[in-house]
Design a protein around this ligand. Structure first.
Ligand SMILES: [Zn+2]
Length: 212
């Protein structure tokens, strides 16, 4: 699958993920909306967990996320992995985080995509910072697609939806591609704490500011 995608990207000319212009995987115009910098936020749903991100959400960021998640475009994976690494370095420097816990997509979605996207980019970022990855979280029941729900409905939708598979000592850093309300981080942290695991922080590639 990965080899096929690589071949495709070699054979066909490179187009900008943001606007489709020929040339670079992200052109200089769209690059303005992909400026890695450290953005620290706190969600009202998870006020004790500092969130480190590096790309502000925008229509361009949305296209990169979709290209990685839905089309499996390696160039988009690379952009997101780099964004994640950038924020992760700062997070590990400033918090007591010792290992990474990716927040999994819904099982049905992962099956459709043929991969657990967030695990792939978390592993790449974790290798870079020599951080162990523990895939501790799994869904316990079906949840709705979050994208059409408001903050309150997201929180209700996710309540009790995740479970931690086992205990690991140390301080967890939650990993996700995007934070919008923090409801997912809140639910992930709850599931880990229920197993006795401390959550030090969260790192996401993109952030939709202000968190709702
Ligand atoms: Zn462009």
């Amino acid at each position: 699958m990965k080899i096929l995608r690589s071949l495709e990207e070699l054979i066909f000319p490179v187009r900008c993920i943001g606007c489709g212009a020929l040339g670079l995987e992200i052109c200089s115009q769209c690059r303005k909306y992909w400026p890695p910098r450290i953005i620290r936020t706190y969600s009202r749903w998870a006020p004790h967990i500092p969130v480190f991100s590096s790309i502000p959400y925008s229509p361009i960021a949305s296209k990169v996320l979709l290209a990685a998640k839905e089309s499996g475009l390696l160039a988009a994976d690379r952009l997101l992995t780099d964004a994640l690494k950038f924020a992760l370095i700062y997070c590990l420097d400033e918090t007591r985080g010792t290992f990474l816990v990716p927040i999994p997509s819904r099982k049905k979605v992962a099956r459709q995509r043929g991969r657990q996207f967030i695990s792939v980019i978390a592993h790449d970022a974790g290798e870079f910072t020599s951080s162990p990855i523990h895939e501790l979280l799994t869904h316990t029941r079906k949840v709705k697609d979050q994208s059409t729900l408001d903050a309150k409905a997201r929180s209700l939708n996710l309540d009790g939806a995740l479970i931690s598979l086992r205990f690991i000592s140390g301080h967890a850093v939650l990993i996700d591609d995007l934070v919008t309300t923090g409801a997912t981080l809140h639910e992930a942290a709850r599931a880990l704490r229920a197993e006795g695991i401390t959550v030090a922080a969260a790192v996401t590639a993109c952030v939709a500011e202000p968190l709702r």
